[in-house]
Ligand binder design. Structure first.
Ligand SMILES: [Zn+2]
Length: 324
């Protein structure tokens, strides 16, 4: 299945379930000084949960471009090494603002994964926030209890996206990539060895975090999910990492042409290929929103991304400027 087919399948599925298909917002958050970049699908909706003014739709679905390269969400140091982190990526999501809650969100996630992506149930594990019994009970309708794993607030309590705002417990869906990839017989979701690949996070916004750290109940509780397009594409294309998918291979091919190096044949050069392929996407989409390299703020992040990509290019024996 191609990445663009997954995008459409997802948006069409949630449209069927009564969601408005809303365009993703820009990478530069509109009217939100707490964030450097849009880092998740919920950013454009943050205020929807915290107000009681009427909304034009109670459910939405989006494909949101995201950037995590500065601040507390940054994954920049993991790029190239893990094969599953990115600076720029796309996130598919479905949202409820005071409308449906945990039951529907979980039932529809299960239906989408099994009936539309056609992933066999035997590969799926889930985690949930250890104090959230409601979520555990819902999952028990679909999965044996040993594949429903409690995790602490460190892993399964989401947000807020900035210092303050919407947050709540979450439940995550994982693919088991096989016992051979695991570290021990007790390996479970939450383990860092890479056997269990998390691909969908269902967040249940319930609280509004204040500047002093207190958690007030939200005006509207709801649902906020995020499925990384790069990760689900990797799963659907049975690729060893996010980079061996139709989202990155054309860029990697081009880097091979420019550098004369081989992505497949030289394991040591793989991280440099991946860093370059990842960073060029981030740079292009930032420049598209009129961010230019500079010494501060967003411009500094862009400058750092370009510098890192040029350095990765140097590791691939590229001697001339090439990112353009
Ligand atoms: Zn493990």
């Amino acid at each position: 299945m191609k990445s663009y087919e997954i995008r459409h399948l997802y948006l069409d599925f949630f449209k069927e379930k009564g969601h408005s298909v809303v365009p993703g917002s820009g990478l530069i958050p509109f009217d939100d000084p707490t964030l450097l970049f849009t880092s998740a699908g919920m950013v454009q909706f943050k205020k929807f949960w915290a107000t009681d003014t009427p909304l034009s739709y109670p459910r939405a679905t989006t494909c949101q471009k995201c950037l995590r390269a500065g601040g507390k969400d940054s994954d920049i140091d993991k790029i190239g090494i893990t094969g599953r982190h990115h600076t720029f990526f796309e996130m598919l999501g479905n949202f409820s603002f005071g409308d449906y809650f945990k039951k529907e969100a979980i039932e529809w996630a299960w239906e989408f994964v099994l009936e539309h992506l056609k992933i066999p149930a035997g590969y799926i594990w889930v985690s949930y926030y250890e104090k959230d019994d409601e979520t555990k009970e819902i999952w028990k309708k679909f999965l044996p209890v040993e594949r429903i794993v409690p995790l602490s607030d460190k892993d399964n309590f989401w947000g807020p996206a900035g210092e303050t705002g919407v947050c709540g417990p979450c439940t995550e869906l994982y693919i088991d990539t096989g016992i051979k990839k695991g570290c021990s017989s007790g390996c479970r979701p939450g383990c860092e060895c890479g056997r269990f690949l998390e691909f969908w996070n269902l967040v249940f916004p319930q609280y509004d975090k204040q500047t002093d750290g207190t958690l007030l109940p939200l005006k509207r509780r709801g649902v906020d999910t995020g499925m990384g397009l790069e990760r689900i594409t990797r799963i659907m294309q049975n690729a060893p990492s996010n980079y061996e998918t139709d989202l990155f291979l054309p860029i990697i091919k081009k880097i091979e042409d420019i550098s004369g190096c081989s992505y497949d044949k030289d394991e040591k050069k793989k991280p440099s290929f991946r860093i370059t392929a990842d960073h060029i996407r981030a740079a292009v989409f930032l420049i598209d929103e009129n961010v230019l390299p500079s010494n501060e703020g967003r411009g500094y992040v862009l400058r750092r991304i370009i510098r890192r990509a040029e350095m990765a290019g140097a590791d691939l024996d590229i001697k001339e400027p090439f990112l353009h």
